[in-house]
Design a protein around this ligand. Structure first.
Ligand SMILES: Nc1ncnc2c1ncn2[C@@H]1O[C@H](COP(=O)(O)OP(=O)(O)OP(=O)(O)O)[C@@H](O)[C@H]1O
Ligand code: NI
Length: 307
């Protein structure tokens, strides 16, 4: 049984254009993703592809004007709002993308200690601060006194001292120095190896490949591929989806070929396959109906032409 299963998740927002016209923008559609114990799943995708919204949907943190459908199961049981608030920060920890999640009125040492469920909270907080190179004086500071990098290390510390079984880390490392990044990524690996699970949301396909087991690729609010990191070799022959292949080939150490065009905005999604307008392999059939997610060579893909 997967520790976390997201099935057919859709999220839309009501928006008013011209002041009175109501529009429903679908920002996530038919999104599927599963997380196994012992595993790091990297979620990669361009800005605006729905990565943070997925994290917020799992934790029950979506704004009240969001319409949500589909199911999210934790340990085989559906997550209801009550269960989500009971598990949040305890069994399921979030490393948020924004440092604004820190409580502005609480000293950061105390904030980190509130996440310690068992044992000596002060000792646990001091140990994790040392690990992330936060000086002794930092525990008495308020969030506004921290630099961006210090705030980010505080957020990482909060997740690491918890007794979480699942950590959802939403872009946890931007702006951190390489030593701290390595420390954090190693900690995620250790955490997963101890039988827990990590969803690592990142733009950075390269660091994802260093520590993850699997990669889920998002495009315009849906999953287009789930692949083992072993598929990312050579010219990408083992990769299933044309967009994932393009991401791989765009890396500087590969062919460094940029992908023409851009991801569609939720207000103007094309009919059929969302990637078709940019896809070299697209045929008229691709523009007719959105392709289903299907199994292919031990992975998943949403493309009728993938082999
Ligand atoms: N409260 C909201 N109301 C309306 N649209 C929203 C809201 N929150 C997010 N969106 C839209 O949903 C889409 C996905 O946003 P999301 O924050 O999940 O992207 P992301 O993949 O995390 O991007 P990034 O890499 O920049 O963090 C975007 O088009 C965004 O504009
Ligand atoms: Ni985000």
């Amino acid at each position: 049984m997967s520790i976390l299963e997201v099935e057919n998740l859709s999220v839309s927002f009501k928006q008013y254009t011209d002041g009175f016209k109501e529009m429903n923008h679908k920002v996530i559609s038919s999104l599927n993703v599963t997380l196994e114990a012992g595993e790091i799943l990297a979620v990669v995708g361009a800005s605006g592809s729905g990565k943070s919204l997925l994290a917020h949907a799992i934790l029950g943190l979506l704004p009240s004007n969001a319409n949500v459908s589909g199911t999210i199961k934790y340990k085989g049981e559906e997550l209801t709002p009550t269960r989500q608030s009971g598990l949040r920060g305890k069994e399921i920890a979030l490393v948020p993308q924004s440092v604004n999640y820190l409580d502005p009125l609480m000293r950061v040492g105390s904030q980190v200690r509130t996440s310690v469920e068992n044992g000596d909270a002060v000792a646990a907080q001091r140990k994790v601060f040392e690990r992330y190179r936060l000086g002794k004086e930092v525990e008495n500071m308020y969030p506004f006194q921290l630099s961006g990098g210090m705030a980010r290390r505080t957020l990482l510390s909060t997740a690491m001292v918890s007794d979480a079984k699942v950590i959802i880390a939403d872009e946890p490392t931007p702006g951190l120095d390489p030593i701290v990044i390595k420390e954090a990524l190693d900690n995620f690996r250790e955490f997963a190896d101890s039988g827990c699970a990590v969803m690592l949301i990142t733009h950075d396909i390269e660091s994802a490949l260093q520590i993850a087991d699997k990669i889920a690729v998002f495009y315009a609010g849906t999953t287009i591929e789930v692949a083992s990191i072993e598929n990312f070799v050579g010219k990408g022959e083992e990769i299933r989806h044309p967009y994932t292949k393009a991401l791989w080939r765009a890396l500087p150490q590969n062919e460094f070929i940029p992908i023409p065009g851009s991801q569609p905005h939720p207000s103007s999604l094309p009919p059929g396959c969302l990637f078709a307008p940019r896809c070299e392999m697209a045929t008229p059939e691709c523009r007719q109906a959105p392709p289903e997610m299907r199994e292919l060579r031990d992975g998943m893909v949403r493309c009728i032409h993938a082999t």
